[in-house]
Design a binder for this molecule. Structure first.
Ligand code: COA
Length: 260
């Protein structure tokens, strides 16, 4: 598949997507968002891919936001379409049955911070900078930032950063629970790949159900969410992988999961 603004590499069951507009700090124009959607669909269907990593090209930026030159031309109708479309792609990503790791290698601003927040695991290099600076452009976030940021770091801190537009560094992101770890920039991709390799060894059905339980359950009241969990728990008890995983523990050996 030909892509102009993304690089795709598939290696050892890991699909690596690199947003590749380094001269624009990997800002997401409409074409890039469309390509991201196409590539995600392709990786979803590819049985040889178990885990996806998303990063940005170069050493300065993960994604510095949606493309401001494009946004400046929107009117009421096209603006609504722009936001709906981006939200749809990010929601598709969030609901994927395969885990997506954001390897945040620099600026993750606006649509870049929103992209990272739609991923399942977020690790960042020590130079990473986060923020939702849309307020400074007379805008609000449109790719889920007003919803995912408060869900991830709490309303008090989210409103502060959404209303001031202030950037924050990787240490602050770690303290607030927005990312799970900070890595020296030179080691970021090695660490992201290591996490991906760990996930590749798990039962893909267990991985899928955990993603589903969390992504669906978090939106429900606790009783409904617990019901989702028990249903999935029942489903997984009917799998060969569950029999293999428990038998391997009891026999003191490594499990060999087949995804069945
Ligand atoms: N959309 C379009 N172009 C962008 C961009 C964006 N979100 N972010 C950066 N760029 C472009 C710049 O216009 C510049 O292009 P040019 O060389 O053709 O002039 C290039 O990327 C490099 O950016 P520059 O601003 O020169 O780098 P810097 O190191 O001085 O500053 C940032 C880096 C990230 C602080 C700054 O680029 C910035 O504030 N970007 C916008 C962030 C934002 O508001 N995102 C939310 C968008 S809704």
């Amino acid at each position: 598949m030909e892509t102009k603004n993304l690089l795709l590499k598939i290696d050892n069951n890991i699909g690596l997507i690199t947003i590749n507009r380094p001269d624009k700090l990997n800002a997401l124009n409409a074409e890039t968002v469309t390509e991201l959607f196409q590539v995600l669909k392709k990786l979803r269907q590819n049985d040889s891919v178990s885990v996806i990593i998303i990063t940005g090209s170069g050493e300065k930026a993960f994604v510095a936001g949606a493309d401001i030159a494009e946004i400046s031309r929107h009117d009421e109708i096209s603006g609504r379409i722009f936001a709906t479309r981006g939200q749809r792609v990010y929601r598709y990503l969030e609901k994927l049955e395969k885990p997506v790791i954001a390897a945040i290698n620099g600026f993750a601003l606006g649509g870049g911070c929103e992209l990272a927040m739609a991923c399942h695991i977020r690790i960042a290099s020590d130079n990473a900078k986060f923020g939702q600076p849309e307020i400074n452009l007379g805008l609000l976030p449109g790719y889920g930032g007003t919803q995912r940021l408060p869900r991830l770091i709490g309303t008090t801190k989210a409103l502060y950063f959404l209303l001031t537009g202030e950037m924050f560094d990787a240490q602050k992101a770690l303290e607030m629970g927005l990312i799970s770890e900070i890595v020296p920039q030179s080691e970021l991709m090695t660490r992201a790949t290591k996490i991906a390799e760990i996930l590749c060894e798990k039962s893909p059905i267990a991985v899928k159900y955990i993603l589903q339980a969390v992504t669906e359950g978090i939106e429900q009241n606790l009783d409904t969410a617990l019901h989702i969990e028990s249903e999935l728990f029942g489903n997984i008890c009917a799998t060969e992988d569950m029999k293999e995983g428990t038998a391997a523990f009891l026999e003191k050996r490594k499990p060999n999961f087949k995804g069945k």
